[in-house]
Design a protein around this ligand. Structure first.
Ligand code: TYD
Ligand code: MG
Length: 479
């Protein structure tokens, strides 16, 4: 946008071969001059000067405008006439990863794996590559962050097969591309895309210009050579992939690796997937021998749920799979002018909303209390169906008495809170209830459902839900 007039002005100067532009490190917006605020996304101090190469003459006459008249038109075909290819996917041998990918890696596809440092990106890619190599697929692990011996140290922890993966400690994009061409592996890991550096650009590694250039040329090579590539990317403090959102458009699949470094649970979700469903979530645990799959996360989390004061179990949906997670709250008189609202695993604004609904429609005022809410196990709840669990955990903490589950078991619940205090329907009520019933956590407090669900204690608003959770004496809860 707005690029044509300025580039036309620049092209009047015959000497301007290498031009620099200012690229926003957040949104990738290209500006001709530096400004404090990015015109694209409105962020401050994100524009970084990046050298752009002059448009390549050899780019097949794709230069805009001038060449258009001489370029022969292509013939579009009906979709029916396009030959459909049966993609045989490469199984990584890690069930949860394959499931999130939609059944394995599609040959020639580009996968972006994002996550904060230390979360286990190198570990999971190392494990996947070991399995692929053992299964007969050629692999290449390009490490720009660690030396080959450091990669070996990790591989030793992962098992003997991991040592068969071929490794290349390299930062130069040109060398990497030449090696991929010469070795023609089936799967390549670039760990990480932010360390890859092209000699054609003078920007520092990790700058938007460099990352975009590297990703573009790797993508081109991936399609041309039919090599699947996993690009490992860092995320910023805010949780977005550092720098280039542009990358997300370029790749076929974006995987997000979440969890807390200090905790052992990790969740892997597909944010975008051209070859499968998004919102599918894999759960892992970091152990001494690498990541192990948690195929039945509900069992783990319910086992850990205590049913204590301030704790309830949320019947949540992670993609197409119901998962029971424990939500804990702590409420304490505040010594501060503005009481604290501290969250872990849920959105802070969501907590504010739930507290406002509780105050207005549930008769529970917490204006002078600090409120802490945490989802146990490092799980993140991104769905509105978590509202009621947050509300009940907070009220339980405030009243100093446990929510009444059946015979001492924790109380299970789900549902979205509307601003009018109504408890709203959320998707897959049947599967949520069934999962809770499976673990003996019925009746489940939730919104009324169209069909009658065995094990559901339907409540139409927050008052009713509070009654259901606290009116009966907590029979089983040992005082
Ligand atoms: P790593 O994969 O290097 O993280 P990333 O590439 O995302 O930065 O692994 C991070 C942590 O995992 C590291 O602190 C050590 C730990 N770890 C284990 O606990 N067990 C293991 O078997 C391995 C390989 C790593
Ligand atoms: Mg790493």
């Amino acid at each position: 946008m707005g690029r044509d007039p300025s580039s036309a002005a620049l092209s009047l100067r015959p000497m301007a071969k290498i031009r620099s532009s200012h690229v926003c490190q957040t949104c990738g917006h290209v500006a001709m001059a530096w400004t404090g605020k990015c015109p694209g996304c409105g962020e401050w101090n994100t524009l970084v000067e990046t050298v752009r190469r002059p448009p390549a003459k050899s780019a097949g006459g794709r230069s805009a405008g001038a060449g258009a008249a001489t370029t022969a038109a292509a013939r579009p075909v009906k979709l029916r006439e396009v030959t459909s290819v049966q993609v045989s996917r490469l199984a990584t041998g890690i069930g949860e990863l394959d499931r999130v990918l939609g059944g394995g890696i599609v040959p020639g596809s580009l996968i972006l794996l994002g996550g904060s440092p230390g979360i286990g990106k190198s570990t999971i890619t190392g494990m996947a590559m070991a399995n692929l190599q053992a299964g007969g697929a050629g692999t290449l692990y390009v490490s720009g962050e660690e030396s080959a011996s450091q990669v070996r140290l990790r591989a030793e922890r992962l098992g003997p097969e991991a040592l068969d993966v071929r490794v290349l400690a390299e930062n130069s994009l040109e060398t990497i591309l030449a090696t991929v061409e010469a070795e023609s592996p089936s799967v390549v890991v670039i760990d990480s895309i932010q360390t890859v550096h092209s000699a054609d650009l003078s920007g520092t590694p990790g700058s938007v210009g460099q990352v975009r250039e590297a990703a573009n040329r790797l993508a081109e090579a991936a399609k041309r050579l039919d090599v699947a590539m996993i690009l490992v990317g860092h995320v910023t403090k805010e949780g977005s992939l550092a720098g280039p959102r542009v990358l997300e458009h370029l790749v076929d699949c974006v995987l997000q690796f979440d969890g807390e470094k200090e905790r052992t649970y990790r969740t892997l979700r597909a944010v975008k997937n051209r070859f499968g469903a998004t919102s599918e979530v894999g759960v892992f645990e970091m152990r001494s021998g690498g990541l192990t799959e948690v195929t039945d996360p509900s069992a783990r989390f319910v086992e850990e749920a205590s049913g204590a004061t301030g704790s309830v179990v949320l019947a949540s949906m992670e993609g197409t799979r119901p998962v029971l997670v424990e939500v804990q709250a702590l409420v304490n008189p505040s010594e501060l002018e503005i009481p604290r609202r501290v969250v872990n695993g849920i959105d802070r604004n969501r907590l504010s909303m739930v507290l406002a609904v509780l105050a207005r429609h549930g008769g529970v005022g917490l204006g002078t209390s600090d409120v802490f809410v945490s989802v146990v196990g490092g799980v993140r709840i991104d769905e509105p169906g978590g509202d009621l669990a947050v509300a009940l955990a907070v009220v339980s903490a405030q009243r100093g008495r446990p929510a009444a589950g059946r015979s001492g078991r924790p109380l299970a619940c789900f549902g979205e809170l509307g601003l009018t205090g109504d408890l709203r329907y959320v998707g897959h009520a049947d599967r949520r209830v069934a999962e809770a019933v499976k673990f003996g956590l019925d009746p489940v407090v939730g919104p009324p459902s169209g069909e009658r669900l065995a094990g559901l204690a339907p409540c139409s608003d927050v008052r009713q839900a509070l009654k259901a959770a606290f009116a009966t004496s907590p029979q089983g809860a040992v005082a």
